[in-house]
Ligand binder design. Sequence first.
Ligand code: S3P
Length: 173
Amino acid sequence: MTSGPRAVLIGFMGSGKTTVGQQLARLLGVDWIDSDGEIERRSGRTIPEIFSADGEPAFRALEEDVVADLLAGERGVVSLGGGAVLSESTRQRLAGHNVIYLHVTAAQGFARVSGSKRPLLQAPDPAQVYADLLAERDPVYRDIATIVVDAQPHQRLVADEIISQLTTQEARQ
Ligand code: S3P
């Protein structure tokens, strides 16, 4: 295991990377940080503002830099934006880390994010966009993850499950 975060949470929009990540960090007694929040802090703009002013490729470039810094510098729990794993260099950087995929079904996840300001969901049929993108990304998340958990239960139960699997995994290392 390379040094870096204790755990990195990945998964699609609405999978609970923020709530579960915060809960997990509390239980482990470590800090929590998320890439979207760090992008907004550094740029002084919201994610929707960055998408509409500069476009998605500019957002992805910022995201790649921020994620690289977080993976190198953080020791706690890091939650990544749902599309961060689209970057080949980010996928390479994730190798050797504890990467937790929070899996949701399209129905579960979309119910949590419908009506939100997420730029990718500002479409005539956001439920369809959500389902299509999730289907496309699910194999990518699974490929990178060292642990896959069902993100449907209450955040506390999901965090407990992650800790149990992390402990088992770390005992084997
Ligand atoms: C995105 C997910 C969002 C945010 C941006 C793009 C994506 O983060 O980074 O809107 O491509 O899936 P969350 O997964 O935290 O919603």
